[in-house]
Design a protein around this ligand. Structure first.
Ligand code: FE2
Ligand code: FE2
Length: 475
């Protein structure tokens, strides 16, 4: 169904046919706008930003581009088209028709899942509240704002489900989504990673590479859900999410390219020499990758989880690409082997039911996807003739959730003494000096086509426009 932009809330869910729901969402809308003004991009409300806006939900040509002031962005409710006769694709009810309403017995499970997903969307906007002030170019500034408005729309997507399917509790949860704030001492966001500040652009690129990719995998597994409105919402969100990861992958790739240029000019990989020229040395980048990768791994939850098992059994949350990637969609007899710490400094093998290991199955798929960018960045480094390689740390490293919580390991995943771990952390994670240095690089560049000295230009502009197009017209 086409998106109706004549309505106060643009939508393709026939909102005007349900007056009660429409009124409830129109009541929430000004609260959202207040939140955006207060917690969204600081100080850019009157800038004209070259943004894409959804105009349809099919793969081809779903977006239009044009200059928009962010508070006027048309946030709305867009579901991917329904698949006729869609059947439940996994779990105990495999093969039965999908649900258009939430079954009473799964209501609280669904609500918790939707609230948790919904909470991450505004959280990331809050984390990036001040980032616009130090943009390395107008091109990057525009990408930041594009990501921000779309995360705002993803909040709308979850709030629609809460309002449409969860009655009064849903409306209360929708208000709470605007009341919790990233990093707030009293009312923080639900998940740890979404309370980490993102105050420099290297962190932003790592976040969009690693943490938005967690979002991709969560959305892919929810896109398999038996609750059809949730599946359709997530399918459309995935089309928007792809750009966020593009920003991360190309952002880090451009940092690497710029560093390699300066390494060539100076004929050295000496860290102090490179820092003297204002670029990000590769060991520093590696420490940022270690930080954001390990933090994002926790978002998948514990390796062994009865919650994950019941989400799968009940048809709530499947595996990414459930239909095409797997043969057994019920998984009652299958098992999964994993290695966990034995509590005495060694390892033990454990065999668990596959349903209980679904978080780990998802995390493994995520790690494989993360490897793709590293291969590309390393290709650049190799071509430039250097032996240094970026790598993902072990999934055991610096974990705060699951079997490896607080088990000291090195980035290769070897269990080491606590004392050695503490002593060597500055080799592995950004140090205060690293952060101070990165912060010192964050100088705002707003001349069209110009880039800050620590990052190379992108290969091409947005929507076939030139690189020196004025992607953000500052007021
Ligand atoms: Fe999102
Ligand atoms: Fe995202």
């Amino acid at each position: 169904m086409a998106i109706d932009y004549s309505e106060k809330i643009p939508n393709n869910v026939n909102l005007s046919n349900d007056r009660t729901l429409q009124r409830a969402l129109e009541h929430w809308q000004p609260h959202f706008l207040d939140w955006w003004r207060e917690m969204g991009p600081h100080d850019f409300a009157s800038a004209d930003v070259y943004l894409r806006t959804a105009t349809g939900v099919d793969a081809q040509g779903w977006a239009t581009y044009g200059a928009v002031k962010m508070p006027d962005y048309r946030w709305g409710i867009f579901l991917a088209d329904a698949i006729p006769e869609r059947k439940i694709g996994f779990g105990d009810s495999f093969g039965e028709p999908v649900w258009q309403q939430v079954p009473g017995e799964f209501r609280s499970q669904f609500r918790r899942l939707i609230v948790t997903q919904g909470d991450t969307e505004p959280a990331s906007v809050e984390q990036q509240h001040l980032l616009g002030h130090t943009c390395p170019s107008l091109y990057d500034l525009r990408n930041l704002f594009q990501v921000n408005v779309e995360e705002g729309r993803h909040l709308w997507a979850m709030v629609y489900l809460l309002h449409a399917h969860f009655g009064r509790d849903g409306r209360e949860e929708a208000e709470e989504l605007l009341a919790r704030h990233s990093g707030d001492a009293d009312k923080p966001r639900i998940l740890g990673t979404f309370n980490e500040p993102i105050s420099d652009w290297l962190s932003f690129f790592c976040f969009t590479y690693f943490t938005d990719r967690d979002g991709k995998f969560q959305l892919k597994s929810l896109a398999e859900s038996s609750f059809d409105p949730l599946a359709r919402t997530c399918r459309f969100m995935l089309t928007e999410e792809a750009h966020h990861m593009f920003v991360g992958e190309t952002g880090i790739g451009r940092v690497v390219r710029r560093t390699l240029e300066v390494m060539k000019e100076l004929g050295t990989d000496d860290v102090q020499a490179l820092r003297g020229q204002g670029v990000v040395d590769l060991p520093l980048l590696q420490r940022y990758l270690n930080f954001w990768f390990s933090s994002s791994l926790d978002l998948f939850g514990s390796e062994v989880s009865s919650n994950a098992a019941s989400s799968f059994a009940n048809g709530i949350k499947g595996r990414p690409d459930e239909t095409t990637q797997y043969q057994d969609h019920v998984c009652t007899d299958a098992t999964y082997e994993l290695e966990t710490p034995d509590g005495k400094g060694g390892l033990q093998k454990e065999t668990v039911g596959l349903r209980n290991a679904m978080n780990e199955v998802l995390r493994e798929a995520y790690v494989r996807d993360c490897e793709i960018g590293l291969k590309r960045w390393n290709m650049q480094i190799q071509k430039a003739g250097h032996d240094f390689r970026l790598k993902l740390p072990s999934t055991r490293f610096r974990r705060s959730i699951g079997a490896w919580t607080n088990v000291p390991t090195d980035p290769e995943g070897r269990i080491i003494a606590r004392e050695e771990y503490e002593r060597r952390l500055p080799e592995w994670l950004p140090t205060p000096a690293d952060r101070t240095y990165v912060t010192s690089l964050m100088q705002r560049v707003t001349t069209p086509g110009k880039m800050a000295g620590w990052i190379a230009p992108p290969d091409r502009g947005i929507n076939n426009l030139a690189l020196d197009y004025e992607y953000v017209r500052l007021a």
